[in-house]
Design a protein around this ligand. Structure first.
Ligand code: G4P
Length: 197
């Protein structure tokens, strides 16, 4: 088990067959030390990708993205879900449907923060159906920049997002890959199990 899998085992709660509660360290209360470790791990995994910018989505993607940006010495841009009064610039937008919340949100990034020559690393806390990540890849594409890779803190591999993104040709690296949440237990995809899944 890696450091994140151990932490999920210690503090995560399986709520249903589809939902893992990690709000004591990842998406409500934050553990800065763990976020730093996550940033270091992503920085190692993506060190040779020629990344120039990190893109995430508010709110829970911001902490792991900032720690990765700190390690890689790169700026971090987060897509907004609500229009800000100060967001008067030209915007790149995408519509993101949440199966969990059964609603669509428009997400937006100012055009001025993505350049054609950027190689972007997308970071997010959860990958479930992949709608948020796909919305971000759409925005990056609109800017003319390139998605170099996608880094996910917790991938729920039994939902369709991970396969969808990999089938589209994106390099996806997830720090914890969950095969199932059945019977109140978290089962991970380990390296040597990969071909069995
Ligand atoms: P998708 O983007 O992969 O399609 O995911 P989905 O619509 O299913 O997820 C909607 C929200 O629910 C996202 O947060 C996502 O991070 C979160 N989520 C998905 N699966 C889980 C889970 O098993 N446990 C927890 N705790 N969260 C999950 P969001 O609404 O954008 O919230 P936030 O980033 O503002 O915190």
């Amino acid at each position: 088990m890696n450091f994140l899998e151990k932490r999920i085992k210690k503090d995560g709660k399986v709520l249903t067959d589809h939902v893992l509660k990690v709000d004591s360290f990842l998406n409500h209360q934050l553990d800065p030390g763990l976020m730093l470790q996550i940033g270091e791990e992503f920085a190692n995994r993506f060190a040779n990708e020629g990344i120039t910018k990190i893109v995430t989505i508010e709110s829970s993607g911001i902490a792991p993205a900032v720690m990765t940006g700190l390690q890689m010495k790169l700026p971090v841009v987060f897509a907004r879900k609500k229009k800000s009064v100060t967001l008067a610039d030209e915007l790149l937008t995408a519509s993101v449907y949440s199966f969990t919340k059964k609603e669509s949100n428009e997400i937006a990034i100012s055009k001025k923060y993505l350049q054609e020559n950027d190689r972007v690393l997308i970071i997010d806390d959860f990958l479930a159906n992949g709608q948020a990540a796909l919305g971000l890849t759409d925005i990056v594409k609109q800017s003319g920049a390139e998605v170099a890779a996608i880094g996910i803190v917790i991938e729920k591999s039994f939902q369709e997002g991970a396969n969808k993104l990999r089938e589209l040709g994106f390099k996806v690296e997830s720090l914890a890959r969950i095969a199932s949440l059945t019977n109140g237990e978290v089962t991970y995809i380990s390296e040597n199990m990969e071909e069995l899944v």
